[in-house]
Design a binder for this molecule. Sequence first.
Ligand code: SF4
Length: 302
Amino acid sequence: MDNGIKIQRELVVNWHITEACNYHCNYCFAKWDKQKNELMNDENSVSKLMDEIQKLPAILNGKYLTEFESIRLNLVGGETFLNIRKVTRIIHQAKQRKFSLSAITNGSRLNNELVTLIANDFNSIGFSVDSLDSPTNIKIGRTEKSGVMDTEKVLRDISVIKELNPSIDIKINTVVSSLNQSEDLSAFIDQAAPNKWKVFKVLPVITRENEVSQDDFIEFLERHSKFENIISSEDNDEMTDSYLMIDPIGRFFQNSILGSGYSYSTPIVNTGIEEALNEINFDPEKFHGRYKTSRITMQEVF
Ligand code: SF4
């Protein structure tokens, strides 16, 4: 476009398929009342949800004058790849509807099978990495019985995925909190060579613990300024009400403007996606801005 405005034609829908995670990061906002009936457990419900998601571009184009033509389903968690059988089923259904696929993972469960699946079926894959330092990862909660997060393994997996699919987009997501604000991740980013590095300021949705000041957040960004071409960052205000996010039981949810926690729609498969969309505090201006700017600052949650 000659005016520098790039029209976003791919609608990104973030589905948190599960709350379960092998880690327990203290700022994790993937918490939805420990729902037992996660939609991913039932193939029929997954199919219904996918059918509803498929209607979204037409609905949004009608309402907000967007020009979406396709859907990217971004699978997030909890840990997206904890249950390989169920996530494979979702991937299969998404491909049947010609959605493109991306996911965010902490990388801990990736094995040869998953690495190959990601390389073959995904347009992009994001790894959440906050620290290279084991004591810091332990403080953050990125640890389990079998050990603390292994960032070297993440680098090896990225290398194999790129070898199998050189055109896949690699993303790194980093949450900056009081625990890692003074860290230098340059060596890791140099090796991972991601297409995009998303740097988030810890979001006080669930707890105010480990909050970081705006000055310290900016200092973190400045420390990594040599990556400015691939860094995108977003502060808390920009992150409110401007994502399409679906929780593990299939409801739209958003950060509550009243403070901590979330607000929810009725489950999408019960009410239909148009009605569910009407029920959330969705900001069309921010949404419109997110998808109609020449430089799209952030598109996913993690
Ligand atoms: S790895 Fe992600 S989903 Fe798991 S506890 Fe940490 S922030 Fe939450």
